[in-house]
Design a protein around this ligand. Structure first.
Ligand SMILES: Nc1ncnc2c1ncn2[C@@H]1O[C@H](COP(=O)(O)OP(=O)(O)OP(=O)(O)O)[C@@H](O)[C@H]1O
Length: 654
């Protein structure tokens, strides 16, 4: 802090801070400040509660220690796995993303306390405060709830998770080379297009990913939408089975039920493109990550862990960007010692809701390759062009990562692809909307067109709902429900926020009113035919997962409403509305919940005012949910520009 800042000293063994002429900050002041921050909805209740609980277990009356403890918890709530001490001291308001917009809700006295508390943030004082029973150094102990490592303070369980992930990757890095005489012919069969890339002297990243993945027990295949992650993994599994052992036990999983269902469908399609003799050993059943690890209702921890590892030799996880650090640690812990892990995902998508941005951290620098000499020795023989431009001294994770770079879904004529790319690089996108017909931007007054767009977007599935099944037997009921759910996936309104006119709640209500006005739904209240619902919490009893989407339909036999959910195996599960407690209407879906889904036409509606949730990653994720048409809706166009310039930066030690 500068010379005009506060003086900090110890009094009666306590650290106190004093502004010239002001009162020192004591524990009482700190407690009041923490309570006020909770009351002002800046902190979560648990952030202020944590030091209180720890104090009960081991009294530590140091206001700075309380402050740091609350801040570590607050940052965890915002997705950071740790608190970086130097950054906190240099730019506390930036690190904490708390500005005058938030602080005006505090009383004058508490604003003063806030300033005093910021004044406490000085490296030496912090180091002294961390010399405490609540804190362990360098992860050496096992008991203290906080861990201090170099410049970082963690909640100890997150430190442990991160350390476990790092160690598990490290042990899996050594190559398990396959003779080139065995591997090359298999790769040639699996990736026939690689030959054309060789003729053009271009790197064929898919076949290179295969060469790397089959020779390492840990591999990440990242790439934007349609770059062939699933295609590559199906082919590389076939190569692996041929090269190593056709009896390898392969497990496939994804973080959500929707993503699992989508991957199941996609894998089935892709297997049929393989040579017949290779098809039968590849599994097609994709489960959720929770199911894979054996989540148990009402119990912490999973059935599979270090002492009871998964019965699998190879584990493939799709949509890995959604996995938080604790889940990744649970997954790594459950891998058998010889187990091979392949992660697929788009590094540029939104990070997990919970703490950490594991895939993003793993993939930092992936664009440059960063392959060291050892990695190059093992993969160069399979490269279709020189890998010299990708030579470097990248991280350990870079050595295990291949980034696919060519989108086969969006070519140069696709506005969705161009827009996603421009947003991702923070580049100018303004001309794109006039150049491409598959992207639209409704701004300001054009928002009036939104109603017409939404009614026509949802009309097709609602007419199918009204039409009913062709026959009333089970087979036709299933066919009908599947057709309705499929049609429902053709169009989706996406939003950034939960609350407000342009959030889930406001828009759901408005859209329901419009659809009712168009006579497409019979009412807007309670349960009704055509009401799409989103499951908000895992329900193990009903085997429904957070994020699953179901459709309310009238059973023509009983006249009663039932909700149809499509299972990963393609069958329909019918559930009575009365059994569904934690669901909400989903005419508008948050971008967060849309991860792992794809819609022919996605409409992204942004709010009128900037909000910390609005980031480049959110916009990119929203755009890439659309496969054929993307519409952006901004009552206030500037919000889009600002969001594109705002990037998510999460602190972690990975
Ligand atoms: N090398 C290739 N040549 C031609 N087409 C390809 C190639 N690789 C993939 N494709 C096609 O591109 C489309 C997208 O592939 P795929 O589903 O594997 O991509 P993805 O990265 O898994 O997509 P996403 O995760 O966005 O759904 C598919 O239609 C696939 O058949």
């Amino acid at each position: 802090m500068d010379a005009s800042g506060p003086s900090i000293f110890r009094r009666d063994g306590r650290l106190v801070c004093c502004f010239s002429g002001g009162r020192p900050m004591n524990l009482n002041d700190m407690q009041r400040l923490l309570t006020a921050l909770v009351d002002a909805h800046i902190f979560r209740a648990v952030d202020a509660e944590l030091p209180v609980v720890l104090h009960r277990m081991a009294a530590q009356p140091d206001p700075l220690l309380w402050w740091l403890t609350a801040l570590v918890s607050y940052q965890y709530g915002r997705g950071h796995t740790c608190l970086l001490i130097s950054q906190l001291c240099e730019q506390p308001q930036v690190v904490l993303s708390i500005g005058s917009d938030d602080l005006w809700r505090l009383s004058e006295r508490n604003q003063e306390r806030w300033q005093q508390a910021l004044g406490l943030l000085e490296p030496n004082a912090i180091h002294q405060a961390l010399d405490s029973l609540w804190v362990q150094r360098d992860g050496s102990g096992d008991q203290a709830p906080l861990t201090w490592v170099n410049n970082r303070i963690y909640l100890t369980r997150l430190y442990r998770a991160e350390a476990l992930v790092k160690a598990a990757v490290q042990v899996r890095l050594p190559f398990q080379a396959i003779p080139q005489s065995t591997l090359q012919p298999l790769i040639d069969v699996a990736f026939p297009e690689a030959e054309q890339a060789r003729n053009r002297q271009e790197v064929h990243w898919q076949s290179l990913a295969c060469a790397l993945a089959v020779q390492r027990r840990f591999c990440i295949i990242t790439g934007g939408p349609g770059t062939g992650k699933t295609t590559t993994v199906v082919r590389l599994l076939a190569v692996l089975l041929q090269a190593r052992d056709s009896q390898l036990r392969i497990a496939l999983a994804a973080p959500t039920g929707k993503a699992a269902a989508r991957l199941t469908e996609s894998i089935r399609d892709k297997i049929s493109e393989l040579p017949c003799a290779w098809q039968e050993d590849i599994p097609t059943d994709v489960v959720t990550l929770h199911k894979l690890l054996g989540a148990r209702p009402h119990r912490r921890g999973f059935r599979y862990h270090q002492r009871n590892p998964l019965p699998a030799d190879v584990v493939v996880i799709d949509e890995a960007s959604m996995i938080d650090v604790e889940m990744m640690a649970a997954l790594m812990a459950a891998l058998p010692a010889h187990g091979q892990l392949i992660l697929l995902g788009d590094k540029d998508q939104l990070a997990s809701v919970e703490a950490g941005s594991v895939l993003g951290d793993f993939c930092a620098g992936a664009e440059q390759g960063g392959y060291n000499s050892d990695t190059l020795t093992h993969i160069t023989p399979y490269a279709t062009a020189s890998l010299q431009p990708y030579h470097g001294d990248g991280s350990a994770y870079n050595q295990a990562t291949v980034m696919l770079r060519v989108s086969h879904r969006f070519d140069a004529s696709s506005g969705i692809g161009q827009l996603a790319k421009a947003v991702n690089h923070g580049a100018d996108y303004s001309d794109l909307f006039s150049q491409f017909s598959d992207i639209d931007w409704l701004q300001g007054e054009a928002v009036e067109q939104f109603q017409a767009l939404v009614v026509s977007g949802y009309r097709d599935y609602l007419e199918l709902v009204q039409r009913g099944p062709q026959d009333n037997d089970d087979v036709h009921l299933q066919l009908w429900a599947k057709a309705v759910l499929k049609q429902h996936r053709a169009f989706q309104v996406l939003v950034a926020l939960r609350q407000g006119d342009w959030g889930v709640t406001g828009l759901n209500q408005r859209i329901a009113d419009w659809l009712y006005g168009a006579k497409l739904i019979p009412t807007t209240q309670g349960w009704y035919a055509g009401r799409p619902v989103l499951v908000r919490r895992n329900n193990y009893g009903l085997k429904l997962m957070n994020g699953d989407i179901g459709m309310t339909l009238v059973d023509p036999n009983s006249g009663r409403l039932r909700v149809a959910f499509e299972q990963p195996d393609g069958s329909i599960k019918w559930i009575l509305p009365s059994r569904l407690a934690d669901v909400e209407t989903v005419f508008a879906l948050t971008v967060h919940k849309s991860q792992g889904s794809e819609f022919k036409h996605a409409v992204l509606a942004l709010p009128e005012r900037m909000n910390p949730v609005l980031t480049r990653e959110l916009i990119y994720t929203g755009i890439t949910r659309a496969s054929q048409k993307f519409t952006l809706l901004t009552p206030e166009p500037q919000v889009f520009a600002e969001a594109v310039q705002t990037q998510v930066l999460r602190s972690s030690g990975l």
